[in-house]
Design a protein around this ligand. Structure first.
Ligand SMILES: *[C@@H]1O[C@H](CO)[C@@H](O)[C@H](O)[C@H]1NC(C)=O
Ligand SMILES: *[C@@H]1O[C@H](CO)[C@@H](O)[C@H](O)[C@H]1NC(C)=O
Ligand SMILES: *[C@@H]1O[C@H](CO)[C@@H](O)[C@H](O)[C@H]1NC(C)=O
Ligand SMILES: *[C@@H]1O[C@H](CO)[C@@H](O)[C@H](O)[C@H]1NC(C)=O
Ligand SMILES: *[C@@H]1O[C@H](CO)[C@@H](O)[C@H](O)[C@H]1NC(C)=O
Ligand SMILES: *[C@@H]1O[C@H](CO)[C@@H](O)[C@H](O)[C@H]1NC(C)=O
Length: 322
């Protein structure tokens, strides 16, 4: 009798536990458009907008999906795009934005936002476009960005981000563009990036404080068409085989570094090259004659090196710059 009671108590407890677990799951997943509204009102409370756009148009008497800069998807009725580019926002990014669980496109570029990028944004699992360019965001370059598995475009240019390039970004195998120019980033490109980024077309880390050898991992990213490391402190030899590894290159910008050795000899393999900028380095040796046979070439910056320039003729398509 006793054991039967015990068993039924156990069963009852199991059922209770099951019910409370499912309740937990339910409360965890039932975010709705009100959650989105709370998150956006939190943003409104964290900024002043010099253009009075948010303060006058984001009102609880209007449905969230009609607010300026906000777009919802008909399918789920939730906020999918937040585009507040050039809104004159002054303030910080609230962690509540991490609750916009259906967000795919976030553009807060060209405002006056400062402080950290809140780590709660790691919860935006559907995000494929993140643009926070032209702000004053600081703190270390966040490793949690590696959780945004669908990200295709990462734009953090012209902020005050410091620290090193996070290895965790190598999780983002769908990335097409990485723009991190004009920050305070140090160190070098992690080895894992080269192995992961099979779709990367644009890699721009100019105007930072990168050091070490020319970042060899990029030679594994054969999809690259635009690479810029202008104005860093990269040293060591220029990779002579770069055109062999990156045949799709249209723009290669490596000026203002400490690269030495000879300039690329197999430049004709870069048959799509339009812009080559390698001035203000320590490169030496003659300029390869074949460079003038690149009919795609538009600009060429070679100045302030130790090149023995043999400028016998200029291609009519190329424009010389010092
Ligand atoms: C940034 O916004 C200002 C106005 O707030 C505008 O004048 C400027 O052209 C914008 N810059 C970019 C790069 O969009
Ligand atoms: C949203 O995010 C904030 C801070 O990250 C949190 O405190 C809040 O409880 C979250 N949930 C909802 C439903 O707003
Ligand atoms: C990288 O991806 C894996 C699998 O998708 C995930 O478990 C892990 O948390 C991710 N790492 C980071 C730093 O986001
Ligand atoms: C190089 O980048 C730094 C920022 O890291 C910037 O302050 C400086 O003006 C840049 N120099 C040139 C020549 O562009
Ligand atoms: C390119 O990736 C392979 C593995 O896929 C690795 O063995 C090799 O070292 C990488 N090369 C560079 C230059 O990173
Ligand atoms: C440039 O092209 C011309 C005509 O195709 C060829 O004769 C010449 O050898 C080429 N020069 C170099 C340096 O590759």
């Amino acid at each position: 009798m006793k054991s039967v009671t015990l068993i039924s108590i156990e069963i009852a407890m199991l059922i209770l536990q099951f019910v409370s677990n499912s309740l937990l799951v339910v409360t965890h997943t039932t975010t709705n458009i009100n959650t989105d509204e709370v998150a956006l009102l939190s943003l409104k409370a964290h900024v002043t907008d010099t253009g009075n756009v948010i303060s006058s148009h984001w009102s609880v008497s209007t449905p969230v999906c009609n607010w300026l800069g906000v777009t919802c998807k008909i399918r789920h009725g939730r906020v999918a795009t937040l585009n507040l580019r050039n809104f004159g926002l002054v303030g910080t990014i609230p962690s509540h934005l991490g609750n916009l669980s259906f967000l795919e496109h976030l553009d807060l570029s060209n405002n006056t936002l400062h402080g950290n990028i809140p780590k709660e944004l790691a919860r935006l699992r559907r995000l494929n476009y993140l643009n926070l360019r032209f702000n004053y965001l600081d703190g270390d370059m966040p490793g949690w960005l590696g959780s945004l598995a669908k990200l295709r475009h990462l734009g953090l240019t012209s902020n005050k981000l410091s620290g090193s390039l996070p290895v965790e970004l190598s999780n983002l195998t769908m990335l097409k563009a990485i723009n991190l120019g004009n920050n305070l980033l140090k160190g070098n490109v992690p080895q894992q990036w080269g192995i992961s980024f099979g779709n990367l077309k644009y890699l721009n880390i100019d105007d930072n404080k990168l050091t070490g050898q020319f970042p060899l991992p990029i030679l594994n990213m054969s999809s690259l068409i635009f690479v810029s490391f202008t104005n860093n402190s990269l040293s060591g030899p220029f990779p002579l085989n770069i055109c062999h590894s990156l045949p799709n290159l249209k723009g290669l910008y490596l000026s203002i570094n400490n690269l030495n050795g000879r300039r690329p000899s197999s430049i004709k393999l870069c048959s799509k090259l339009q812009d080559l900028s390698i001035s203000v380095n320590k490169l030496s040796g003659p300029i390869p004659g074949e460079i003038w046979n690149l009919t795609t070439l538009r600009t060429l910056y070679l100045g302030y090196n130790n090149l023995k320039a043999q400028l016998l003729y200029t291609h009519q398509n190329s424009k010389m710059k010092g």
